[in-house]
Design a binder for this molecule. Sequence first.
Ligand code: UDP
Ligand code: MG
Length: 318
Amino acid sequence: MAVLSIVLPAYNEEQNVRNTVEVLSGLLEENQIEYELVFISDGSRDATFSEIQKAVKANPHIRGAEFSRNFGKEAAIFAGLELAGGDAVIVMDCDLQHPPSVIPQMWKLWQEGAEVVEGIKQSRGKEGLGYKLSAGLFYKIMSKLIKIDMNASSDFKLLDRKVVDVLLSLPERNTFFRALSFWAGFRTAPVYYEVQERQFGESKWSFFSLMKYAVTNVTSFSTFPLQMVTVLGVISILFSVVLFIQTLVRFLSGTAVEGFTTVILLILIIGGFLMLSLGIIGHYLARIYEEVKGRPKYIISKVTENVQGEVIGAWKRE
Ligand code: UDP
Ligand code: MG
């Protein structure tokens, strides 16, 4: 019988683990779906991992691992994919903002032959204005740059074993899970859901962490900003040709103005363009640097007893 793995990244979610286990196991048993829940505690500083261990004692369908520090949700998702053994894998938030009620629908689509089932957001749940502004801005930039509607897509998806194996075989460190499933292709079906309100705890994203996430993901997924540098260069060259001719004509006709203001403005504009371009190139350099170092995406410090494999630094499938 086919097994469904559910991967749940959890960072400081001690209040959510038990409830999430209850809701998911209840739902899956009711729908007679063979399942496993894979919790990845992302270097939580609260009792998340001991909550997971408690859950494992009560229910053998649950497995979990703890990171040595906070590596971020991306890393947690990939660790979860690595640990998951199911024929299909669903990734969802462990705060149940991704409604479990659509899981049976995803499972059915998978059984009917879909290899990727994308969770598409109908509307974001009730969230603060600051969050809306930052998330809204973030998704706008992302959608433009990588040509995928980021506003509607999410990390909530079902992947067939084939797709999971493809994603795990990618050598890159800076992954962007949400867009990678689009990139990978495969037969895709959508499910629509409403983002739920968070019951316990609070969102882990601040304005700045979102911005950082945006910049990292854009630079690891698109070279468009680099091409922008070229465009900026072309614009300044055109501009400088016009100014060059104008200055020369004025000089030759003997009406050259002192032009101190022009010089200051030009220095400021060109200086700004140069620094911006250097910054953009710097971001790519940083990505390349990280890739070249070749460090693992995450380090697992602990796994629950029922996880096979060795834990020295990074866990490896046997
Ligand atoms: N998360 C994580 N590592 C982090 C931040 C968040 O594993 O560094 C997890 C978190 O526990 C939750 C999911 O990612 O299961 C989504 O996080 P959150 O609910 O804070 O984000 P939001 O729903 O507000 O977008
Ligand atoms: Mg959430």
